[in-house]
Structures are given as C-alpha cells and as structure tokens.
Design a protein around this ligand. Structure first.
Ligand SMILES: Cc1cc2nc3c(=O)[nH]c(=O)nc-3n(C[C@H](O)[C@H](O)[C@H](O)COP(=O)(O)OP(=O)(O)OC[C@H]3O[C@@H](n4cnc5c(N)ncnc54)[C@H](O)[C@@H]3O)c2cc1C
Length: 465
C-alpha cells in the first residue's frame, strides 16, 4: 500500500512539515479549512497576520535546509522583504539604548515583511517544487487507538470521510483540538504550562515618509522589572515602502483600536521615538488588535502519545509574540521531523516520540526566554517566580546592561534570543565575568541615529525624552 502522510493545517508549520515529508512518502496531503489566496492577501483564519512578523535567522536557515532548491529567502527579498542586521537596528532595552555595530553577519540578520507575503511565498515554494497537495477540508478528529493513530476524520464539501494515513501531523495552530482528540483515544496525560501577562497587541501599517526610507527596525522594549504594566513597540520596515508598527501593553496598559490612541500609546512608550516616527507617517489602514498573546506549552513529548502522530508549531506551544519566535519554532520543529526521517522509517516504533522530543528543544528555549520576562509583569497569570528566577533575572539584567555597550555580549544574547544557541550559553564563564565587570563604555544618552536618521527626526522638531 502506498505511504501517505496527512498534515492538518496549511500555514507555516503545516507547509514546512509537508516539505519535510514529501521525499519519504508516496503522498502528502495538507488539510486546510480556510480558502488559501493565490497572492499575498489576508485570510480569515490567520488574524495574527495583521501584526508584525519577523523571521529569525534560525527559522530562515531551517527553511533553507527543508527547501534547498526553492530559495524561499531569495523569493521574499525579490518581493520587497527587508533584511535587518540585529546589531545595527535601533533598540531600547530596559537597560538603555543598544549601540549599533554595522557589521552584517548572516547569523544575526532577521527578515521583515508582512505575514501575507511570507505565507504566500512559502506556499508557492512548497506547492511549486514538491508533489505536496492541499485539500480544502476540516479535520474533525483522529482515527486509531491510544497505541497508534491511523488517520483523520475530515469534513469536505459537506461530507464526512475517513482518510487513512501512516503519519498524521497536527499543525493546526493555537486553536488545535488535538488534546481533545487524544482524550477521545484515551490519552489524557499531556502536561501543560501557561504564563499570561494579559498582553494586547495593536498594529497599523504606515507609508514610510519621504526622508525615512532607510530607517531600520526600531524596538522599544518593556521593562519587566519596573513593577508596572509593560508597554512596548516595534516598527518594522516591510515590502512596498511601508512600516508595520505593532504596539503592545500588558494587563493594565492594553492598547485599543482607536486611531488617535495608537499614536498616544506610541508616544508613551519608555522612549517617544516610535511615537514621533508614526506621527510623521500616513496611516494606510485601520488599527488591528490581538489578544492571542499568552505563553502556553503542551509537553507532548512527556505524554504516552500514540505512534503515528506528531504535533508541531503553535499546536504545541505559543509565546508572547514580541519575541518573534513562533514561526521559527514551527520551522525548527519541521526540521526535527525531516532529520528524523533521514534516520528512521516513519512507521518504526518510537518515530513520532523521537520527533516530538527533538522538536521540544526549540520550544523549551523559546518558552524560557518569553516566560522569564513575562512572569514579572503585574497581575500575571501562571506560576510565580522562584528564588532561582530572581537570581537569574538579576544576572540577566546586569548582562543586558553590558550588552548595551559590548558587541560580543550583545551578539551572544542575540544568538540565544534567535534560537541559535541554548539559553544556558548565557551562563558561560566569559559572560559571567563580563556581567561582574559591568559596561565597557558610557551608556548612550539617546538613540544612536545615523546622520540621515538624525536629520529626519530633527526635521520633526525636538525629541522629548
Ligand atoms: C500578534 C502576533 C504577532 C506575532 N509575531 C510573530 C513574529 O514576529 N515572528 C514569529 O515568528 N511569530 C510571530 N507570531 C506567531 C506566529 O503567528 C505563529 O507562531 C505561527 O503562525 C504558527 O504557525 P502554525 O502553522 O503553527 O499555526 P497557524 O499559522 O495559526 O496556522 C494554523 C492553520 O491550521 C488551519 N486549521 C486549524 N484547524 C484546522 C482543522 N481542524 N482542519 C484544517 N485546518 C485547520 C488554520 O486555518 C490555519 O491555516 C505572532 C503571533 C501573534 C498573535
């Protein structure tokens, strides 16, 4: 009998899982209940696409390995996506402005574009270079037993049918019903953790004003240790000479959809630079708001999971989006699937568990980064910080202060933040000594603008700090 994989969900995790599978299977079917547009355009079941989406270098490299011929990154750049060196962006952290180091290293470069462009490009690349097929259908449940999943119950064109599969990948996002489906098979022991700072994101697209065409990615971070609600903002250059600006506030400081309140909120961040830039730019649409921001992970790798089922992407874990990790974690999960396929047959005992365990590595790293900050905001829901958390937070604060003045410390932190190095790397001797010694230069008094950026900002009048 021919070997078939069924992937539930046709977004990032689903398309990349299909890319991982097509060489090992006779047939790969992606089930997607949404209508997928034939150009970069919004779609109903992807509301988060209205907000800033940054692709980390770890995600970019995973996609490169999964689709070596399709050149997804090149396609994105050809369509107007921006590449931004993380050491040459404008960043204001809790410890001050980061200095800029205009060395462009590929491993510290993020890709910036709309989510609509990213999804369409990825979809075109997968469907144009592999035999993977997408079927418009909704998965209703899993077939099989608590020992092995053997397929998916689907609803297509008003009719229910059973679709047999040697492997099922659930990539149906944060709303995944897989836990409920597993319960139906008798699997009930999936450990879950949640940390919810009540964050709300508000986003709006702007035309880049004349004179600001080269303004870089700009980020004003919240200060989790300030004992007040966090406010942050990110201005992302995207295709079509536009900025996508996402503002975020934790419980007690939530932004709204009101257009005037958007600019006010931007001015009330810990530094007014984004407010000033936004007030000089022409808005190109309404303000969109998202409440889908809590951190939640489900440790499928620790549960008595049936063979024949792998869960990837947001269906496993979701993170505070300000860290920009979700798509890269989805890509790294698909890469774990691809690497396991090179070692073991998809029907071999323990295959699914091995994939789930390998995929959990990037989930754990992203979750640790995100929750270690969120747990300090007022009225957070979830586990309280422990003594170890307090000591680590103090150390990370010191390290962040050094990072504002040191390329090597800043780069080491970025490697961890971009999921290219384990968080434990930040505890190595060199960095411990650097944290003890403190900053190697005077902290900056204001944003490290280039001559052109200064000229643009000055043309708008004095920058109130
Ligand atoms: C405000 C915000 C900002 C973000 N910013 C970033 C960022 O900067 N960088 C980053 O990397 N990540 C970011 N993320 C996270 C990112 O959006 C997700 O991590 C990513 O979309 C996960 O991809 P996925 O394929 O797992 O799930 P999704 O993209 O949610 O896709 C799930 C798919 O499954 C389909 N589906 C669901 N149920 C079924 C079913 N039963 N049958 C058939 N199909 C089904 C849905 O229609 C959908 O197409 C952000 C998230 C939010 C909310």
């Amino acid at each position: 009998m021919s070997r078939r994989a069924v992937v539930i969900g046709g977004s990032v995790a689903g398309m990349l899982a299909a890319a991982a599978l097509f060489r090992s299977m006779d047939e790969v079917i992606v089930l997607e209940r949404d209508e997928l547009p034939d150009r970069p355009a919004p779609r109903k079941r992807l509301p988060q696409a209205r907000h800033a989406h940054i692709l980390l270098p770890s995600g970019r490299d995973a996609i490169r390995e999964l689709l070596p011929v399709a050149n997804v990154h090149g396609r994105l750049l050809a369509s107007g996506a921006h590449e931004q060196s993380m050491t040459d962006m404008l960043g204001f952290g809790p410890q001050g402005w980061y200095r800029r180091w205009p060395t462009v290293t590929d491993d510290l470069t993020v890709t910036c574009c709309t989510r609509d462009l990213f999804d369409w490009t990825l979809r075109e690349a997968v469907l144009g270079t592999t035999p993977v097929v997408v079927r418009r259908a909704e998965a209703l449940g899993l077939l099989g037993t608590d020992a092995r999943v053997t397929g998916v119950r689907v609803l297509a064109e008003g009719l229910e049918e059973d679709l047999r599969a040697d492997l099922v990948v659930d990539a149906s996002g944060r709303g995944s019903r897989v836990e409920h489906w597993l319960e139906g098979l008798g699997v009930t022991d999936v450990p879950t953790d949640e940390v919810d700072s009540g964050l709300v994101c508000a986003s709006r697209i702007f035309q880049v004003p004349r004179g600001a065409e080269d303004f870089p990615l700009t980020q004003i971070e919240a200060d989790p240790t300030a004992s007040r609600p966090g406010r942050s903002g990110t201005l992302v250059p995207i295709e079509g000479g536009r900025w996508l600006v996402t503002l975020a506030g934790t419980r007690g400081a939530e932004p709204t959809t009101h257009p005037d309140a958007f600019t006010d909120f931007a001015f009330r961040l810990r530094h007014p630079l984004i407010g000033q830039l936004v007030s000089a730019a022409e808005p190109l649409g309404e303000v969109s708001v998202s409440h889908s921001t809590r951190n939640r992970r489900r440790d499928f790798e620790k549960a008595a999971m049936p063979e024949g089922l792998v869960v990837l992407g947001d269906a496993v874990a979701v993170f505070n989006p300000v860290h920009g990790q979700g798509m890269s974690v989805a890509a790294l999960g698909a890469l774990a699937l691809s690497r396991q396929l090179r070692q073991t047959d998809v029907t071999a005992p323990g295959f699914a568990r091995a994939v789930q365990r390998a995929a959990a590595r990037s989930v754990s790293a992203a979750y640790a980064i995100s929750t270690s900050q969120d747990q300090w905001f007022p009225e957070v829901v979830g586990r309280a910080p422990t003594l170890v958390d307090r000591v680590l937070s103090h150390y990370m604060g010191r390290l962040a202060r050094v990072a504002t003045t040191s390329y090597s410390v800043s780069a080491a932190r970025s490697k961890v933040a971009t999921l290219q190095a384990e968080p434990s790397r930040l505890l190595n001797t060199e960095l411990l000594v650097a944290a003890l010694k403190g900053p190697v230069m005077e902290p900056l008094a204001g944003p490290p603008l280039t001559f052109e950026e200064s000229a643009f900002v000055d043309s708008m009048g004095p920058l109130a700090v």
